[in-house]
Every structure is written in structure tokens, then in C-alpha cells.
Design a protein around this ligand. Structure first.
Ligand SMILES: Cc1cc2nc3c(=O)[nH]c(=O)nc-3n(C[C@H](O)[C@H](O)[C@H](O)COP(=O)(O)OP(=O)(O)OC[C@H]3O[C@@H](n4cnc5c(N)ncnc54)[C@H](O)[C@@H]3O)c2cc1C
Length: 463
């Protein structure tokens, strides 16, 4: 008797779930993809091919109403929620098992107000799509370095890019956002509306709701910037890196100098710097020249380039579907001991991996740490190894090496980490991303998402 009752109960639940899904599909302006749908396999894939999760359904939203419907559905059905825009979360946080993926990637409207230098952009745009639209008006704002990344996750976690030292983080250029909160309300967050929420979404990631649209401050940008890679012979890498350390520390805000230890396709190691001068290239030439005069230069491709070309120059390094892992930490300076450690550890790196020093500082560092949720503004480099491979059998070797590298560099770290480069590393590390802003964020979480339904992220616990 008892068994029959349990079976009946399970049947009732499954038909109630089916009815709820049918209702969601009926009311959707966008598309709901279920596991029996032909498109499901492709729809459950994200940028990192090592992420393999199977959601109950993927809801490609068309507008804010769809997002509200998705959140209400998830709450009623007590489902896990993941929010996906560009799908570039390295740790796969924009996907979940058995829950709902609220996907905004089809929401791509953008309007650029040339006069006021403001862009209103829906959350599904990639960086490349956003840059192309604003640049058509001779304007741009800070975005990251891979054109396939989504503007949404990038902006909400901070947003580091080549214009950052001149104009601040992406989130520093955010003027307003439309956001659906856990209770299903569509709010506008700006300096004058829901200002506490506006503070929190500038660095606090996806913790407070689902952003449907952003408004950004734009800046005039020349048709071409002086930019490109310069590489140094590995035998003299130590000297080149010492020069780089001093040069990148004293460089004006116009100069962005992302650097890396790389291995060329023919197996040679190099120290390489990606130079970008954000200003007139006649002004940039004398500033950059000392770097190009180093004797160990083996390749110099610094020339005037269009910003779109600069922004997509490394796209081929990060194709969708390969397996990736990285583990990051901020450095305040690049001491001789840090340089030695970088060179020493890179010796044993698995093939295909490289070590990145993403150059921050400049205007980013002049915003007070507590002015926005993004905290670690005193850093000069975001340091992380990028592991890339294809065979699942190589997962352990790559992940283990990256973690070892991270530990070796710990003595040189500020102790802080960029939230957008943080995987499932525990609450301590989330606190390291937010420093003394964490307790304020925790209170904000309690106000806007007390049940922590938005938890597939660098999670801030409600207080
Ligand atoms: C190849 C590559 C290059 C990168 N380069 C840079 C770089 O130069 N600078 C930099 O700053 N970062 C960079 N990143 C990190 C990047 O900023 C984060 O991975 C970011 O989360 C990607 O945003 P997305 O929309 O593509 O991510 P998704 O995977 O779609 O989302 C990631 C997380 O963001 C949140 N989120 C996404 N959309 C929304 C939304 N609409 N509302 C609320 N929350 C949302 C959710 O918590 C989600 O789990 C890079 C990542 C990759 C993979």
C-alpha cells in the first residue's frame, strides 16, 4: 500500500512539473529548450569544454518579462538557477545540473547615443558586438581582451581591459542597469535609483539578480591605436622582465602592457608583451620606444591598428569547446624574486599553457576601494596560468600544475583575487575578492536575495 502511495505521489509531482513547464513554454516570448529537444546538446555547452552539466531546461529569454517568468518558475519548482549571457565563466558557473539556465544570449539590442556618449546594451551582447556598435560612432568603453566574452558577466565582476588604465574598469563606466531581483521585481539601479544595489552590481557579480540591460559611459577613441605584440628571447627573459616590471610600474595611464610567458607553436618559450597606447599614435611612439629598443627583442609587431582588431587579436587562442582551467591572484609589484619564480615554475608547465600578467592600475587604482563592490584596486597585475588541453585524461595534470603554480606565487600576491577569475575555491577566496566590502555585500545580499537563489556564482552569503 505504502509503495503504491509513494508511486502515486511521484506521478502527481511529475505531472505537476510537466504542467508548470508547459505553462512556462506557453508564456515565453523566447524559447525553452528541454532535454528531448534536438538543440539541447548544443544549448548545454559553454565556452569551457571541460564543463559538462545537464540542466532540466534552458530558457533563452527575449525580454525582462521572460526573466521574471523564469525566476518565478524556478522559485515555485524549487529549482537551482544558473544565469548565462556570454557563457565564458571558466568554472562553468553559468550552467547547472537539473535546474534552470536563464540564458540572455539572444538579447542583443544596443542603442548608442553619440551626443551623450552613452550606450544602452542588452545583456546578451558579446564584447565584439558591443565594441563594433560603439566604435561605429567613434566611441568605446573598457571591455576585456577576448571578443567572444559576454559583456554581462564581465561588467558585473569588474571588467579589466586595455582601456582600463585610462578609463577605469568596465563597472566604473556603468551608469545604470535594469535588473530583475529574486522576488521578481524589475528594478533600475543607478547612482540615484536603488543606489545600494548599484554599488553592489559594480563588482559583486551575479549575486543580486539578473541584469537585462546596461548603460555605459563611452569615450572617444581614435580610428587606430598603436598596439601589438613584442616578444623577447627566452635566454634573456629575466632581463626583459625586470625592464618590463619597472616600465609597467611607471607607465602613463595611456599605456596598457599585458604580458605573458608563452610557448610558440614550434615549441620555443618567449616572454611577450601586448602593448596598447590609448591615445594618438604619434604621442605613443616615444613612450613605447624604450621597450622596443631592448636587445633581446625577437619580434616587434607594434603598429597602428584598429581597436576592433586589437580586441580580437587573441581570439584564436581561446576557441570554444577546448578544456580550460585557470587560478588567479593579484600582484602589486613584480620583484626580482617573483620574476625568478615565474621563470622557474614555467619550466615544468604542460605544453599549451601560458602565464598571464594582465596589467591593471592607472585609473582603476584611483577609485577608492569602497566606492564600488570591486575591491582590489591597489594591484598592478592579475597573474594566472591559462591551461588549455583537449583530452579529459589530461585534466589532472593541468589542474594540478596550475594549483602548484598558484601556491608558488602566493608569497608575491596581494592576497586578493579578481572575482571573475575565481573558480569554486571556497568562501575564503570570495572574501579575498571583496576584502572589507564583503560584509556590506553580505548585507545587500540579505536585502535583495535572502534565500540565496542566485548562488551559481562567486557566492556572497546573505547575512
Ligand atoms: C577567454 C576569456 C577571456 C577573458 N578575458 C577577460 C578580460 O580580459 N577581462 C576581464 O575582466 N575578464 C575576462 N574574462 C573573465 C570574464 O570576465 C568572466 O568569465 C565573465 O563572467 C564572463 O562573462 P559571460 O557573460 O561571458 O559569462 P557567463 O558564463 O555567461 O556568466 C558568468 C557569471 O556571470 C553572472 N552573469 C552572467 N550574466 C548575467 C546577467 N545577465 N545578470 C546577472 N548575472 C549574470 C552569473 O553569475 C554567471 O555565473 C575572460 C574569460 C575568458 C573565458
Amino acid at each position: 500500500m505504502e509503495r503504491v502511495e509513494i508511486e502515486n505521489q511521484a506521478e502527481r509531482e511529475s505531472s505537476a512539473r510537466a504542467a508548470a513547464i508547459a505553462n512556462l513554454v506557453r508564456n515565453a516570448h523566447g524559447e525553452v529548450v528541454l532535454p528531448d529537444h534536438d538543440a539541447y546538446e548544443a544549448a548545454r555547452r559553454v565556452w569551457n569544454g571541460a564543463v559538462d552539466k545537464k540542466p532540466l531546461l534552458i530558457f533563452y529569454c527575449s525580454d525582462a518579462e521572460d526573466v521574471i517568468g523564469a525566476i518565478q518558475f524556478a522559485r515555485l519548482e524549487k529549482l537551482a538557477i544558473a544565469v548565462r549571457s556570454g557563457g565564458h565563466s571558466v568554472a562553468g558557473m553559468s550552467l547547472c545540473d537539473s535546474g534552470i539556465v536563464i540564458d540572455l544570449s539572444r538579447m542583443k539590442r544596443i542603442e548608442v547615443d553619440r551626443e551623450r556618449r552613452i550606450a544602452r546594451a542588452e545583456a546578451g551582447l558579446s564584447l565584439g558586438e558591443f565594441d563594433a556598435a560603439t566604435l561605429a560612432c567613434g566611441l568605446a568603453t573598457t571591455m576585456g581582451v577576448n571578443s567572444d566574452t559576454g559583456i554581462a558577466g564581465l561588467t558585473l565582476g569588474g571588467g579589466i581591459g586595455k582601456l582600463g588604465r585610462k578609463y577605469g574598469l568596465t563597472c566604473d563606466n556603468l551608469l545604470a542597469a535594469d535588473i530583475v531581483t529574486a522576488d521578481g521585481r524589475l528594478l533600475r539601479a543607478s547612482a540615484s535609483e536603488n543606489a545600494d544595489l548599484f554599488w553592489g552590481i559594480r563588482g559583486g557579480g551575479g549575486n543580486f539578480g539578473v541584469v537585462t540591460a546596461f548603460e555605459y559611459q563611452l569615450h572617444p577613441l581614435g580610428a587606430e591605436l598603436l598596439a601589438g605584440p613584442i616578444a623577447f628571447d627566452y635566454a634573456h627573459a629575466r632581463d626583459a622582465m625586470r625592464f618590463y616590471a619597472a616600465f609597467s610600474t611607471s607607465a602613463p595611464d595611456e599605456v596598457s602592457l599585458d604580458a605573458a610567458l608563452i610557448t610558440t607553436p614550434s615549441g620555443e618559450r618567449r616572454f611577450a608583451v601586448s602593448v596598447c597606447y590609448v591615445g594618438a599614435f604619434e604621442d605613443g611612439e616615444p613612450v613605447i620606444e624604450p621597450l622596443t629598443r631592448l636587445r633581446s627583442v625577437v619580434e616587434d609587431r607594434i603598429v597602428p591598428r584598429s581597436y576592433l582588431q586589437i580586441q580580437s587579436a587573441n581570439d584564436s587562442v581561446f576557441p570554444r569547446g577546448r578544456r580550460y582551467y585557470w587560478k588567479a591572484q593579484f600582484l602589486r609589484e613584480l620583484t626580482d624574486a617573483a620574476i625568478d619564480m615565474l621563470l622557474e615554475t614555467y619550466r615544468s608547465a604542460p605544453g599549451g599553457s601560458f602565464i598571464v600578467l594582465q596589467h591593471v592600475g592607472g585609473a582603476i587604482s584611483r577609485v577608492p576601494n569602497t566606492a564600488t563592490a570591486y575591491f582590489n584596486r591597489d594591484a598592478l597585475y592579475d597573474c594566472f596560468p591559462v591551461m588549455i588541453w583537449d583530452d579529459p585524461a589530461d585534466d589532472a595534470i593541468n589542474i594540478r600544475w596550475a594549483r602548484r603554480f598558484w601556491s608558488a606565487m602566493q608569497p608575491f600576491s596581494t592576497g586578493g583575487v579578481y572575482a571573475n577569475n575565481l573558480g569554486e575555491e571556497g568562501e575564503d577566496r570570495v572574501q579575498a575578492a571583496y576584502g572589507e566590502n564583503y560584509s556590506r555585500l553580505s548585507e545587500l545580499k540579505n536585502k535583495y536575495d535572502p534565500g540565496n537563489i542566485f548562488n551559481s556564482n562567486q557566492n556572497i552569503r546573505p547575512r
